[in-house]
Design a protein around this ligand. Structure first.
Ligand SMILES: [Cu+2]
Length: 171
């Protein structure tokens, strides 16, 4: 437990040290961010949002972070032959005059290793990180699942086999 806490703190310090201040022109904004409520002892939660870019330049997302979680990854859910798997994305493009949508069954932010249990109504502070060093902070509300995807259990997803470093158990 203490070891885990130390690792979390080190990660946060590293993130703070490397993240630039969002220098924006507010050309890039986050809309309707939310976190899907999960059972109290869940080690991973999904976050969904729309990233809108009203600027003339494509922006490259390189990741996200949250002080409430050990780490955050960008994932894409793909369903092939009826089998869902999640594939980690190192970068994602937010097109100029366009948007990147994180939604159930598609791209999502995978929140890994919550520091405290979260329930509907709680707020989670997060930041998106961009390739130019900008970070874009936002707050996402935890909500109950409103669509049919809530029954998907990550442990039953064969695709998780490619993400052994996630340590789903015993964190
Ligand atoms: Cu995922």
């Amino acid at each position: 437990m203490y070891k885990t806490m130390t690792r979390v703190l080190v990660s946060i310090i590293l993130l703070l040290g490397s993240a630039g201040v969002f220098a924006g022109t507010d050309a890039v904004v986050v809309e309707n961010p939310w976190v899907r409520e999960a059972p109290p002892f869940s080690k991973v939660l999904g976050a969904y949002l729309t990233v809108k870019n009203s600027g003339e330049q494509n922006r490259i997302l390189t990741g996200a972070s949250s002080p409430a979680f050990e780490r955050v990854e960008m994932h894409k859910t793909e369903i092939r032959d009826g089998v869902a798997s999640m594939i980690r994305q190192d970068t994602l493009e937010v097109p100029a005059n366009g948007a990147l949508v994180f939604e159930s069954g598609g791209y999502h932010l995978m929140l890994i290793g919550p520091r405290t249990p979260l329930k509907a109504g709680d707020h989670v502070e997060m930041s998106l990180l961009f390739s130019n060093g900008d970070s874009l902070p936002f707050s996402a509300e935890v909500r109950k699942d409103m669509d049919g995807m809530g029954g998907m259990n990550m442990k039953n997803m064969p695709g998780m086999g490619g993400m052994k470093e996630m340590k789903m158990e015993g964190m």
